[in-house]
Design a protein around this ligand. Sequence first.
Ligand SMILES: [Zn+2]
Ligand SMILES: [Zn+2]
Length: 288
Amino acid sequence: MKYRKFAASLIASAAMLVAAATPAQEPVREIVNITGDLYRGIDNAHRTVFLVTDGGIILTDPINLEFAQWLKAELDQRFDVPVRYVLYSHYHDDHASGGNVFAETATFVGHENMIPNLAAEAGNPVFQHVRPPDITYSDRMSVTLGGRTVEMIHSPPSHSNDSSIIRFPDERLIFAVDWVNVRRVPFQNLGGGPVGPWIEANRHLQATVDYDVVAPGHGPIGSKADVDHSTQYLVDLLAAVRAGIDAGQSLEEMQETILMEDYSDYAQRDAWMQMNIQGAYQGEMANQ
Ligand SMILES: [Zn+2]
Ligand SMILES: [Zn+2]
């Protein structure tokens, strides 16, 4: 069984590589049980989480229209309850699209900054399938359904200014997207930096939120200790870039000499670490 799971994940990885090379390839979609009534939905490189209760399903990100349509059909088939809540991690189209698929039965919840962020994208076809939240909150809120409670906690601005930590207290698990990573370098250039707010957001999470397990929006599930590890990645990245700037190095020199060897097992390192250095560098130069 273990081998089969491993073989399946190898096949999934290979399929994802092929999918990246040829966009017409069939998407890799899956539902995986995490624990009890809590599940993870996978769409290629994107992940969502949902909780099945007697009163219906509490879903986090719908991800995109095609995935949401696929997911709804799967949920209808597997569980005899509708999606009652969609809880958004943040406004970005590649995580928040497709909500209308659940609009007949669900209430949509997001941080209050989602509203102006989406308004700023009005008319942008990339955001056409993002349904704005019906209910917003500023610091914290919780939803209760079928006797189960899920919390939304605002994270200080980093990757975006409308990020929610979605906490499942019974499972001691959080869902957090793009600014939290498990054994994986952050995406590309961290939005051009600066890195400091990312460090602050991760430290705020670690200091204020009670959890054991993190299910990020990309990559594997991990532990609270994994988030400490990736926070240290950000700290070391920023320190290395600051030292390079102080030594008068160019960005290209830093990209050649900053090796981050403590993080040699991190996924996407070859693809994105030089871009991480670029983002950290841009952020520092903009701050000067
Ligand atoms: Zn994002
Ligand atoms: Zn993402």
